[in-house]
Design a protein. Structure first.
Lengths: 141, 115
């Protein structure tokens, strides 16, 4: 049963608002009294996903679904898609533009960070169509 | 130790987040790759970086840092200062290199516990 679902829109190349959705999610989870460690894990995943959409994904959404036994984050973008998912999941591999690398992004750690911090991580992508990520965080630990 | 103690001891310039100066400092982290910092910086740390763009505030907020110290003579963008004020994250300036300040902070007792 879903108790609450919230959708945040993320705009491509919009660095002014980049990260705000994740900060909002963090504050929301804090207000319901979730374990701080879990909030940080969800925050890392949300932020990495949001930044991927800002840098590569074009426009998209970051959604959070809060259930009694788990929290789910969904990323859904209309970006260029990922050609080689296996390669994209490899730590250190990145296709970020130089201007983003100079800002400290594009270290090739975003997707691996998400996988590491979520209890379940699934990604699907189609070139020219976009990318979808689902991250599940169990509340039963 | 609180942020204000570090400011006074090392003569750091406070650019924003004055309301956060009483935050307890619980560790330190050096890094300029934002994903690395997001993944590894301890809660309540002071973060030493040369990055000055506004996204450092989101990282500092999400990792619940005590303060961001911009090193190496770099300066933050005006938007960074504004955002940091909203989030009560102190942005401090240290003109020297991160290595030197990190060493001094460590000697002063800023060490990382398990996060």
């Amino acid at each position: 049963m879903t108790d609450l679902k919230k959708i945040f829109h993320v705009k491509g190349n919009d660095f002014t608002h980049a990260g705000e959705a994740s900060v909002n999610i963090k504050n929301m989870l804090k207000s319901i009294g979730l374990d701080p460690k879990l909030i940080r894990r969800i925050g890392v995943c949300g932020y990495e996903g949001e930044m991927n959409m800002v840098m590569h994904g074009g426009d998209g959404t970051l959604s959070i679904e809060i259930n009694t036994d788990k929290i789910i984050l969904y990323l859904d973008d209309n970006g260029p898609g990922i050609e080689d998912l296996e390669l994209a999941m490899k730590e250190g591999y990145s296709t970020a533009k130089d201007e983003y690398r100079e800002m400290g992004f594009g270290a090739g750690m975003g997707l691996p960070n998400m996988k590491k911090n979520a209890d379940e991580f699934t990604i699907s992508s189609k070139v020219g169509r976009g990318t979808q990520v689902k991250m599940v965080f169990s509340l039963n630990h | 130790m609180i942020v204000k103690d570090i400011v006074n001891r090392f003569g750091l310039e406070v650019l924003s987040g004055k309301e956060g100066l009483d935050q307890k400092v619980m560790g330190g982290h050096c890094g300029d790759l934002l994903s690395e910092v997001m993944g590894n910086a301890p809660v309540g740390c002071v973060w030493l970086t040369v990055q000055g763009h506004q996204n450092i505030v989101a990282v500092a907020t999400l990792r619940e840092m005590a303060a961001v110290i911009i090193t190496g003579g770099q300066t933050p963008d005006p938007e960074t200062i504004q955002k940091a004020d909203t989030e009560n994250i102190p942005i401090l300036l240290y003109p020297g290199l991160a290595f030197d300040l990190a060493g001094q902070l460590y000697e002063a007792g800023v060490k990382n516990m398990d996060t």
